[in-house]
Ligand binder design. Structure first.
Ligand code: CDP
Ligand code: MG
Length: 893
């Protein structure tokens, strides 16, 4: 990190860093700090840099407090060679008529907000306007951030196509992949990617303009980026290297940006793009909420398809597994047309073909009529806090649903446009759409469906605003969304399926009226709709923030409480984050000598430690980053990287706890469960190795899989999710690169096929894991402590009053070690710990001193790991001999 710092300060004026710190130190608005007195001094020395603006442009009002220089208005016009058809299509977009207004506003103001209905052309057109106006010239890049990977990829492809440019020039970058080159001029990326870039180059000098797209989604990274960019824009103005910021949003809830003095003291202009939206008739269900919304979606799609005129159908569900289940069911019910047999066998085959066709139709009919029981989808599963991108959707159980009582929906009355009768035998072209779907499959939804079929896209809420699918006339809205919830007291965060907000429901309905009047079928009653929240709460108020706080501290933003968040997280959330980071050694702990008053004033402004900086360089949650930072000893790094990657990717194993739909399926499931349980035991091994518990299983599973060549067959046979395995491999590569960047002398290279760790390495790994998951420590309740039967075999954690248990799928389920650390708590019938690893009680005071209370001060030298270097310090060999750990002490720098 120090190399990076000096690199960016090379380009900085000497007073820059102090100015930033000054900005943090005092109270008041950010802008007041960011436009400090020395500004005039700087202004006196004329500093015409490369982007000297053309003469004669009037000074913009918004830049009044900035140096009195004409705004940068690129004189260039970069021609784009679009195809005539593409040009014609573009001209239909409402945003085209606003080009002039937008570009003038951008020229005159540092920050501009563009608001417009989804589909009006913001994402695809505004980058093109900027490109043509020369914002991508002089080797600079037009940056566009998207909260979702799907959108970053799809939009870069679309824009490249529209502009007739290669993806070398209009490119994308997401967490694991990208096609950015030296020639890239328009770069679509996820917001997390830009945040990482800011860490490397705070002023983002490669960019002349940054577009924050989908700002209404209020993803945490979007919010943070807007806060950071409000500062970067000021700092760049001071340097006479103006940076333009465009905030683009779908719905009109921009007050958090415009009425926020701390964020933008000068309210940025808002340009509204009026768009042609055809009327959408909304049909509510008469009866109130169904548990079985998947099944209800299925019935509704069937009815629409059989009874209503041509036009695409878009179904909103909550998660990937549900989407697939419904797709399968629909494809079964409306099979795609059979390909006609070719050549001379035509004649002979046709009878057989006909028979097959009839048979498949009969099967489909049966499938339609079959009523399967459906599990309650309102239950939720608890998952660990704060890892990774929001668009990593958790998978929830969802079995093919029951056709319960057939609902008497009068589709016929209000749904029919009259006139043309639908062709009931028309095949349905069913396509899934969700964030983690492979890009080429995502792209399918933009293509017209095959001749003579009706398009039906089954999507998560990625289709709500990010992507506009052409030709949709009917929307089926289950009214639910899967969101991460976070319990501030227990630190347990969970994905839950809840009702959407009114704004989201209306947004979903609007998807039906893009090209002609449409219909939206809501699978809930209007009374229920009336109880919906008006807007969804911004994500930052719903999730733990330790990863963000660490990233911000790494950017030298010490007083996070003063950061201009569009919506600030709660103080409790900030305190919880800071406490965790202090305990992990990422932030400086308060000195014992600090008085209460000092302590209060330093609250939420603790500086980052060297260890914290190292941790911030790893793209994983702070607990896992701590493990990585600790593992450069005894050859543990490759193993720690693998464990962390597997824990971050989550759910390496297929979900096999699901209820079975039939006897046959049950038998199959039982067989698979037994097979997986046996493999887990094999991978966990015995003795020392078994104590690493479920993390040893992860290590063994990844190792074995790599040995077997990582084939889908191997995964299938052993109950592993192929996709998760591939993602683990990618993340391992990425973490290896990150480790090498932090510590080149580690000279690590990724060897997918690791040798299994030695017995002593396993013990070290347990210590490393313990140091990272220290706040997830649980102690088994001893028999003499048993208050009542519900505590039998239970564990106690510091924060939960209720008993927690080792999950039956854990290899430590029967072992019941006295102390364990766990990756996550999943609440089903009981609270279950998953990802469990045994801890030796003797390690706790030395590895987790901040979670212990000592009667007398620890003997010198304590504690047992050095926060500055991130190395484990085993200072007294005798101690370890006593606990039977015959390993030599580790040298500390
Ligand atoms: O960003 P905004 O929602 O305002 O609109 P957009 O994403 O720029 O989309 C503008 C239009 O381009 C929509 O009507 C889409 O249907 C169309 N589009 C397309 O046909 N194919 C794509 N791959 C992306 C967009
Ligand atoms: Mg858009």
């Amino acid at each position: 990190p120090s190399a990076e710092e000096s690199e960016s300060s090379e380009e900085s004026e000497p007073d820059d860093t102090p100015a930033m710190e000054q900005a943090e130190a005092g109270a008041g608005t950010v802008a007041a700090h960011l436009l400090p007195a020395p500004l005039q001094a700087a202004d006196e020395s004329p500093a015409p840099r490369t982007q000297a603006p053309p003469a004669g442009t009037p000074a913009p009002p918004a830049a009044a407090s900035a140096p009195t220089r004409p705004p940068v208005k690129p004189a260039v016009f970069i021609p784009v060679n679009r195809s005539p058809e593409m040009q014609e299509e573009r001209l239909k977009l409402p945003i085209l008529s606003e080009e002039q207004v937008i570009m003038e506003a951008v020229a005159e103001h540092p920050v501009v907000i563009v608001c417009g209905e989804t589909g009006s052309g913001k994402t695809t057109q505004v980058p093109q306007f900027l490109y043509e106006a020369g914002y991508g010239s002089d080797n600079s890049v037009i940056g566009v951030t998207e909260p979702r990977r799907v959108a970053a990829i799809a939009m870069s492809q679309r824009v490249a196509k529209e502009m007739n440019l290669s993806q070398r020039i209009v490119s994308y970058q997401i967490r694991y992949e990208g096609n950015v080159t030296e020639d890239t001029r328009i770069k679509f990326m996820t917001d997390g990617v830009l945040l990482k870039e800011i860490q490397k180059d705070f002023l983002l000098l490669r960019y002349k303009v940054v577009i924050i797209d989908e700002a209404h989604e209020r993803s945490v990274y979007t919010d943070i980026l807007i806060g950071l960019l409000s500062r970067i824009v000021s700092l760049r103005a001071k340097r006479h290297l103006p940076l333009k910021l465009l905030i683009m949003s779908a719905t009109l809830r921009v007050e958090d940006f415009t009425q926020n003095q701390r964020l933008f003291p000068e309210p940025p202009p808002v340009i509204k793009v009026e768009s042609r939206q055809f009327p959408v008739t909304v049909h509510f269900n008469k009866r109130t909420p169904l548990q079985d919304y998947s099944g209800e979606c299925f019935r509704k799609v069937c009815k629409i398809h059989r009874m209503l005129p041509a036009g695409g159908i878009l179904v909103f569900l909550t998660g990937q597994a549900e989407v697939h289940a419904l797709c399968r069911r629909l494809r079964k019910a409306f099979p795609p047309p059979r390909a006609r047999p070719q050549g001379k066998e035509d004649q002979e085959d046709s009878v057989e073909e006909m028979r097959k066709f009839k048979k498949s139709r009969a099967r489909a009919k049966k499938a339609r009529a079959e009523a399967l029981p459906q599990i309650n989808l309102d239950h939720y599963s608890v998952l660990p806090a704060g890892e990774g991108d929001e668009d990593r959707e958790a998978e929830m159980d969802d079995e093919e649903g029951a056709v319960g009582s057939d609902l008497d929906l009068d589709l016929g009355d209000d749904g029919m446009d009259g006139g043309e009768q639908p062709d009931a035998s028309l095949p349905l072209h069913v396509l899934p759409l969700y964030s983690l779907l492979a890009p080429e499959k995502q792209a399918q939804v933009f293509k017209p469906p095959p001749e003579g079929t009706r398009l039906c896209v089954v999507a998560t809420n990625v289709a709500e605003t990010s992507l506009t699918i052409p030709g949709i006339k009917y929307v089926v809205d289950c009214g639910k969304v899967k969101k991460r919830y976070y319990d501030r007291v227990t630190g347990v965060s969970s994905f839950r399926v809840t009702w959407v907000s009114q704004a989201s429901a209306d947004q979903r309905a609007g998807r039906a009226g893009r090209t002609e009047p449409g219909h939206c079928y809501r699978l809930y009653s209007s009374a229920v709709f009336g109880d919906f929240e008006q807007f969804p709460p911004p994500e930052i108020t719903r999730r733990p923030v330790e990863d963000l706080i660490l990233q911000m501290k790494a950017l030298n933003i010490e007083k996070v409480i003063n950061f201009p968040f569009p919506t600030p997280p709660s103080v409790e959330a900030l305190i919880a984050a800071e406490d965790l980071l202090i305990a992990l050694g990422a932030l400086q702990a308060p000195q014992k000598t600090e008085r209460v008053k000092q302590l209060q004033s330093s609250r939420l402004s603790r500086p980052i430690t060297a260890l914290g900086r190292t941790m911030a360089a790893f793209p994983v949650a702070p607990r896992y980053a701590k493990m990585l930072a600790l593992s450069r000893q005894h050859g543990c790094l490759p193993y720690a990287i693998t464990i962390v990657a597997a824990m971050t990717v989550r759910e390496l194993f297929e979900e096999l706890d699901r209820p079975a739909a039939s006897e046959e399926e049950l038998a199959k499931l039982k067989g698979r469960r037994a097979r997986v349980a046996q493999m887990k035991r094999t991978w966990a091994g015995q003795g020392a190795s078994l104590k690493l518990g479920d993390l040893m299983v992860l290590l063994g599973a990844v190792g074995a899989c790599e040995y077997a060549g990582c084939t889908p067959q191997f995964c299938e046979a052993n109950g592993l999710r192929y996709k998760a395995i591939m993602e683990t491999r990618r993340l391992r590569g990425q973490l290896t690169t990150a480790v090498n960047a932090v510590c080149p002398e580690a000279g690590l290279f990724m060897d997918p096929k690791m040798q299994p760790p030695t017995e002593s390495q396993v013990t070290y790994l347990r210590q490393i894991v313990t140091a990272g998951l220290g706040d997830h420590l649980a102690r088994r309740v001893q028999s003499e402590e048993l208050l009542d039967a519900k505590w039998r075999n239970a564990y106690k954690t510091p924060l939960l009053d209720d008993p927690v248990f080792i999950h039956p799928s854990s290899v430590l389920f029967k072992e019941l070690p006295e102390f364990v650390v766990y990756q996550e708590i999943v609440e089903t019938t009981k609270m279950y710990m998953k990802g469990v690893c045994a801890v030796e009680v003797q390690w706790i005071p030395s590895l987790l001193p901040s979670y212990c209370q000592f009667d007398k001060p620890l003997e010198e030298p304590a504690p047992a790991y050095c926060a500055e270097t991130g190395r484990v310090l085993c200072h007294r060999a005798s101690t370890f001999y006593r606990v039977g750990w015959p390993l030599p002490a580790v040298q500390v720098d």
